[in-house]
Design a protein around this ligand. Sequence first.
Ligand code: CA
Length: 232
Amino acid sequence: MERKSRILVVEDEEAQRWALRQYLTREGYDVIEAPDGESGLRLAREAQVDLAVVDVMLPGLDGFELVKQLRRDSSIPVLFLTARGEEWNRVAGLEIGADDYVVKPFSVPEVVARVRAHLRRAAERGGERASLREIAGGSEVRVGGVSLDLGSRRCLLEGRPVELTRREFDLLATLARRRGQALSRRQLLEEAWGTVHLSEKTVDVHVARLRRKLGDALRLTPLRGVGYRLEA
Ligand code: CA
């Protein structure tokens, strides 16, 4: 039998943790919980978690700091729970690497629906990586002087390792997978990061960072009014 997807709920309010656990368990997920940021981060790293639901306001290590630290070595989907009226939280949360957010007071079925959608996208991304491996005859994709190892998520420039953030890597992997094709910023938001909540400018910001790290080896052509094309 297939392993159940494991969801980590990091939330200090007991009643909300309880409600999420009830629903998610009923939907067939394996649910683990943490009441604070420190234990949440530890579980996210050690317990083979497939997705995390993280409250922004937590005692001690808050949700932002948790996700920032988690993103150094994990690319699991993260859904933020944020309070109404804290618009800056949502934008900042997405910028540091959350995939989505739900505003409190939330409807539990809505959270469950988002969880399902993000797990499906993550599975699709995994499937794409697998099919790309078949095409390339390995887990490596080369474009110009840049090579990406999709399995270990390593990037090499002329044979030397380059540190990329999760968003940078996923953006570059999407461009590489569709090299030679024009991709709009919206397509890149959806295909690389599985979100429509970020502004299209975020794509330009990450492209600029990739250019700084990879220089001329990144043969990326800006397409005025459209987006970008990575030259084959
Ligand atoms: Ca809280």
